[in-house]
Design a protein. Structure first.
Length: 121
């Protein structure tokens, strides 16, 4: 039987995958070619969150583990920035970007709390 910690890890990774997919689906609904740089950066930062959390699982030390979580947090904050830009310039996805920002902030909060816990603060 899985313990709560292992179950949380798996559920969190699934949550990150779902978030990445939602961001990709949102950007795919935007046809404007001039927004390609914003869409590209948003997808890169959103998918980087989960990639770094997964990479942390294979860390060779606690310090390395924390480092990957810190990168994931930076990516989460960058994602929130790009979602704000998209929200302000593309009216067709305003409601969706607001929801994604809420989900992204929740993810950032979980990662930040994990970092503090790992550092013993």
């Amino acid at each position: 039987m899985q313990n709560d910690k292992e179950r949380f890890k798996k559920e969190f990774i699934e949550r990150l995958i779902g978030f990445s997919i939602s961001v990709i689906e949102c950007t795919n609904r935007i046809d404007k070619g001039n927004l390609w740089p914003v869409k590209d950066q948003l997808i890169r930062s959103a998918t980087s969150i989960g990639a770094n959390v997964v990479e942390a699982q294979a860390s060779s030390s606690k310090k390395d583990f924390v480092h990957f979580f810190e990168i994931a947090l930076k990516s989460a904050n960058e994602t929130l920035y790009w979602l704000t830009i998209l929200e302000r310039v593309e009216q067709s996805v305003v409601a969706e970007t607001r929801l994604l920002k809420e989900r992204g902030q929740e993810i950032a909060n979980i990662i930040a709390k994990s970092i503090l816990t790992l550092k013993g603060k």
